[in-house]
Design a binder for this molecule. Structure first.
Ligand code: ADP
Ligand code: MG
Ligand code: ZN
Length: 472
């Protein structure tokens, strides 16, 4: 018999916030050493109360908008109770009754064509800590405790492993470009719910849930293994399928039963009376909408129309900081294609010399645009612009002041260049003679002498034109 695969995903994403969800400890990626981002609140000391981080709500709403969800204007938190050493309060603050977003939809383009995956809901919650096992002891690290997460729950709409991976890649690129999460390894974790059913059947089969997967490669392998196990069970009666939670073992490529599926009642959920309901009014929602970056596909399309290459678009789309810098200078008046070159070629080149990448770039849109504007206005040559950019990127100088101090603007001045050209001609009679006798290369020597005198800041086109005119 032919079987159809049915998959639903629960994806946890760590949000890129400055601080944790209910206290002012540093957020995801702030920690350097175990337990150095911990306070009485997030380590569960008696009497400490949670204070909601407003930015978490804004990022969750932004994610909901990107995934075409309804944004619920009234949203509340609940306590999910269970004991584990990495959970200091013995409950997790999450959302059960009134999640922040519901009823979304994501369009996927795979080899099987375009498909819509329905999003059941997105809710906000806090992460748990981490246990570290070593030798005789186990250690607990609370750095991750109370780091904000959103959990995105889909309907059981996936029909293949390929669709799952396409979906996860799409979420990743959207969330990166939207400043929601960098989605590094481990910051995006999935629970994969799987069942199979005879092709054509309307009813769902028994599902199992594979917990806590973060590598896309492993997710694909786990789905293939688990689907085969289900099909064998149905086809050959190899075992009885039960609804349960399983884990995937990467080494053997197999899944193993962990525990029977727990139910809602097991967690004794109840409303968290320490946190007020959050009301998202029109004004706040409009503000979040206005700040929402264009959806990835839309944005890539805009860049493509501006003449930016596919390779550059990939670099921009995967780096929110850089694409925002470009969007900002374009808003100030820079040409998008030219601006992309200034950032992705020039700035990246300057950083590369010191073994750094664009992630290390520190420059304001104002300063970068000031450099570009001087070049575009013809105040300075592009070469001089590059020199100024180096000083801006490396020392944070003010570009206009620096340009004046270094006299880089004067070097573009035609009369200043003319004097240099005259000097080069006067000091190199042999080259002049050679040129007149038809040696084209001699012009290169004179040109080099001018560039040397101008310390590379002169506009090559202007020098060439003046040289040729004078020699004739
Ligand atoms: P629970 O509350 O038990 O976790 P949910 O209704 O929240 O159940 O569903 C959890 C996930 O399991 C969702 O992503 C959903 O799409 C998926 N799911 C539900 N039923 C099935 C099924 N029969 N096969 C595969 N996935 C399923
Ligand atoms: Mg669930
Ligand atoms: Zn804290």
């Amino acid at each position: 018999m032919n079987y159809e695969l049915v998959i639903g995903l629960e994806t946890h994403v760590e949000l890129s916030t400055e601080s944790k969800i209910f206290c002012s400890c540093g957020g995801h990626s702030a920690a350097k050493e175990p337990n150095d981002c911990v306070c009485p609140a997030c380590s569960g000391m008696p009497g400490m109360l949670p204070v909601m981080n407003k930015h978490v709500v804004e990022l969750a709403v932004t994610a909901g908008l990107m995934l075409n969800c309804d944004i619920n204007r009234y949203t509340t938190f609940d306590k999910k109770n269970y004991y584990y050493p990495d959970l200091p309060c013995a409950y997790q603050i999450t959302q059960l009754n009134h999640p922040i977003c519901t009823n979304g939809c994501v369009n996927l383009k795979t080899s099987a064509g375009a498909r819509d995956i329905r999003i059941k809901q997105i809710h906000m919650e806090e992460d748990a800590g981490k246990l570290v096992h070593g030798g005789k002891y186990s250690y607990v690290d609370f750095n991750r405790t109370s780091v904000p997460l959103i959990e995105i729950v889909t309907q059981p709409d996936f029909r293949s492993a390929e669709e799952v991976v396409t979906y996860l890649n799409k979420l990743k690129s959207m969330f990166r470009s939207g400043g929601i999460s960098e989605c590094e390894e481990g910051a995006m974790r999935c629970d994969v719910n799987i069942s199979v059913r005879p092709e054509g059947s309307e009813e769902f089969g028994v599902r199992t849930e594979i917990k806590n997967m973060s590598s896309f490669e492993a997710i694909e392998k786990a789905i293939r293994y688990e689907a085969q196990r289900h099909m064998d069970a149905l086809e050959f009666d190899t075992e009885e399928l039960v609804q349960e939670t399983r884990r995937f073992d990467d080494a053997s490529g197999k899944t193993f039963a962990m525990r029977n599926k727990e139910t809602e009642a097991d967690y004794r959920y109840f409303p968290d009376a320490n946190l007020m309901p959050i009301i998202i009014d029109d004004e706040w929602l409009e503000k979040i909408k206005a700040n929402k970056p264009a959806a990835v596909d839309e944005k890539a399309e805009d860049y493509r129309l501006a003449g930016i290459s596919d390779k550059e678009i990939d670099m921009l789309i995967s780096n929110n900081k850089i694409s925002k810098l470009l969007d900002d200078i374009v808003a100030m008046g820079a040409n998008a294609k030219d601006g992309a070159a200034w950032i992705l070629t020039d700035c990246a080149g300057i950083l590369r010399k010191d073994g750094k990448t664009l992630n290390d770039l520190v420059i304001t849109a104002e300063k970068l645009y000031a450099v570009i504007k001087m070049v575009d206005n013809g105040d300075i040559s592009r070469n001089a612009g590059k020199k100024i950019l180096i000083a801006v990127v490396e020392q944070g100088v003010d570009p206009v002041t620096y340009c004046k101090e270094q006299g880089l603007d004067k070097k573009f001045d035609v009369s200043a260049i003319e004097a240099v050209v005259d000097k080069a001609i006067a000091e190199n009679p042999q080259s002049v003679e050679d040129f007149k006798n038809g040696k084209v290369k001699a012009l290169q020597a004179l040109f080099g002498a001018c560039m040397k005198e101008l310390k590379g800041a002169g506009d090559p086109a202007v020098i060439k034109t003046l040289l040729e005119a004078k020699l004739k």
